[in-house]
Design a protein around this ligand. Structure first.
Ligand code: XIL
Length: 302
């Protein structure tokens, strides 16, 4: 096949990208999206601060534009994200434990309910673990007031809210075998053993020279898959350029294809023009929407 989505589909995978609603009026942005990708993740529009800026007051309009675009083109949608310490409005952090529990469950119910049946996978909880060697949970209003159990409570609420959606735990710096990924692994193993609903683990895969594609990336994906969950590459970007960037991208694709339960890859943006890494050139299309060597390497690896 001659497109990312087409080539991935031949391997039974989706190939997605993060999309920002504000760019859907830009012709080359939309034509590249439509030509190359079959899954979209709203880059910011489904986050708590975007959809529930004040308690009980929901705004779905920007994310709806992305979901409508995807649906009209037959693309899948990844939901990102329900419970996260960042892009969290301050009112959430000011609640008592009891109110926070109610607000978290209501947020999950309302947001998942709004798009019920339209989201193939939801990042139910994002980035709940600390970096470094401790394997500890990260401080957040949820962790600090509700304790470790907030994660399983969120997943149980999510299953009830949209039983058709795959429920994912998503994080970064968990791409190789390390203390942080070990901690996530132990949580997923425990969830599977106790019947807590979890279907997938997302590996953000933001790479650069300080944090390159790990040599044990495939082995790490495989050990999670062996727990009985799907794995997905959810926010892939790799800083750099030319052949070395292309080789790294190809290695990511090969690792996913080598793991039967690696069901899809999402890059964190279409074009370097709008990457969240403002100083870098981490994506597959340059700022003029030209295909980079990394694009060709991905297509050839698929
Ligand atoms: C980023 C977006 O790309 C930026 O536009 C925003 O300013 C900050 O968030 N991990 C995640 C994503 O799970 O939601 C983040 O997205 C990148 C890191």
């Amino acid at each position: 096949a001659s497109t990312l989505a087409g080539a991935a589909a031949e391997k039974g995978r989706y190939f997605g990208t993060a999309v920002a609603a504000g760019h859907l009026g830009e012709a080359p942005y939309v034509s590249t999206l439509n030509a190359e990708f079959d899954s979209v993740t709203p880059e910011n529009e489904m986050k708590w601060d975007a959809v529930e800026p004040s308690r009980g007051s929901f705004n779905f309009a920007n994310a709806d534009r992305i979901v409508s675009h995807a649906q009209s083109r037959g693309m899948k949608v990844r939901g990102h994200t329900l419970v996260w310490h960042s892009q969290l409005p301050s009112w959430v952090g000011n609640l008592s434990a009891g109110d926070l529990r109610t607000a978290m469950n209501n947020h999950i119910n309302q947001v998942m309910g709004h798009w019920k049946g339209k989201i193939h996978s939801w990042d139910v909880v994002n980035e709940a673990f600390q970096d470094g060697s401790s394997g500890a949970r990260r401080n957040s209003p949820f962790q600090d007031k509700l304790g470790n159990g907030f994660i399983e409570e969120a997943f149980r609420a999510a299953r009830a809210a949209d039983p058709a959606a795959k429920l994912c735990y998503n994080d970064y710096n968990t791409d190789g075998v390390n203390a942080k990924s070990n901690a996530v692994y132990n949580m997923v193993r425990d969830f599977k053993a106790r019947g807590v609903p979890i279907d997938c683990v997302g590996f953000q895969s933001h790479f650069n020279s300080a944090s390159p594609v790990p040599a044990d990336y495939q082995a790490n994906l495989q050990r999670f898959a062996d727990l009985g969950v799907d794995v997905q590459i959810t926010e892939l970007d790799i800083e750099g350029s030319g052949t070395s960037q292309a080789t790294s991208y190809a290695n990511v694709v090969k690792a996913c294809l080598a793991v039967t339960r690696c069901t899809g890859i999402t890059v964190w943006g279409i074009t370097d023009k709008y990457s969240w890494r403002a100083s870098g050139t981490p994506l597959l299309f340059d700022s003029n929407y030209n295909k980079k060597p990394a694009y060709t390497a991905v297509l050839n690896a698929l």
